[in-house]
Write a protein that binds this ligand. Sequence first.
Ligand code: HAM
Length: 417
Amino acid sequence: MSERLQAPRGTFDVLPDQAAARDAVAHQAQELLEAAGYRRIETPAFEPTELFARGVGEATDIVSKEMYSFDDGGGRSLTLRPEGTAPVCRAYAQHGMHKEPQPVKLWYWSPFFRRERAQAGRYRQFWQVGAEALGSEDPASDAELIVLLHTLLEQIGARELRLRLSSLGSPTTRAEYRGELQAHLRAHADRLAQDVRERIEVNPLRAFDSDHPGTREVMADAPRLVDRLGDQDAEHFAQVRRLLDVAGVAYEVDGTLVRGLDYYTRTVFEFTSDALGAQSGVGGGGRYDGLVEALGGPATPGVGFAAGVERMLLAASEQPAAAAPIELFVALDEGAVRERAFEVLLEARRAGLRAEMELAGRSLKGQLKQADRLGARLVAILGADGAQLRDMASSEQEPVEARTLAAAALRRLREGA
Ligand code: HAM
């Protein structure tokens, strides 16, 4: 026997029971987002590596450690997309969407790839549902997206949700703050974890994400960017908060919230579920007013979110959905003609019935058991001398002309309904 092959580490098969639960979430997301004016977009699964290097940022964990990049054979580096915001902004600029009435509101449901350490809730291929609004600076677009994600999470029954909210201000404020934070970190370098110390110059904000006890103490006294905002950014943030208050969505302002992507400006947010373990981030996002321009497009503000489909389902502890019961099972008794049974099956399906036929050579008893497992209400039993229609609930059986079996089944189901 040859070795049994396995799917790669950190990936998973979506089995039929899980597919039904995922479809239900996709359907809810589509209804909700399209009713709010978001239209579906699908970008390629791979992009030029440069898109993420420029868009997400060279110093981020995603770009520096987690990308699946490969040479396309022509000396060009391509990368399996680790996230969807940079590709959507690339598409916006490429297709001249800035010429359309603004904002352009888009949503997606797609697989993404990150070479992360695999564990429960953290995969190397995972799905996100995301939404992006491009071309509006209005704090109502930030609030709208947060409220939409909140509604979606509530609708699917996600448990123990918390919303953390902050503002990262403008790139200038952020650059000044970076210097201030670096000075604080350098002054306490001896108490910091080694990896944090090594990243003081490259990515000092990530120190807020560290679990290391010494680092956490140092960070408790660290200056917060949210306290350093310029007047316009502070007013924008205040308006986002007022709109969330109007919507009745509860949040905590958390100056330690650092998202792992460099494109954010102003609003950032993250929904976590205390029902999840270490990987508690269900969905997050924020504003990225410089991203389209950084990718070579016209200066365009933007804001969006993405939520992990698998984490949403874990937070909702969704039970696998049962398969829909079938209505008619076509069974073959001794002497039955396969072609005739096949015709009955097709006629039943044409009449709109959910129907299946025996395909595993079971005895008649075995076939009735299988019909029962499938939840069939009726069984058509074809034999050498004619056909019978069996009601599975009452076990009553009546002879029926094989030609009219589908019609008789349909009549019976209607009577019983
Ligand atoms: P992100 O926080 O990197 O943001 O990912 C969003 C969500 O995707 C996370 O909250 C999590 O639920 C899920 N996720 C991320 N990595 C994994 C993984 N390895 N396994 C399972 N689920 C995962 C973004 O991707 C931004 N593009 C969001 C955004 C949209 N910002 C503005 N617009």
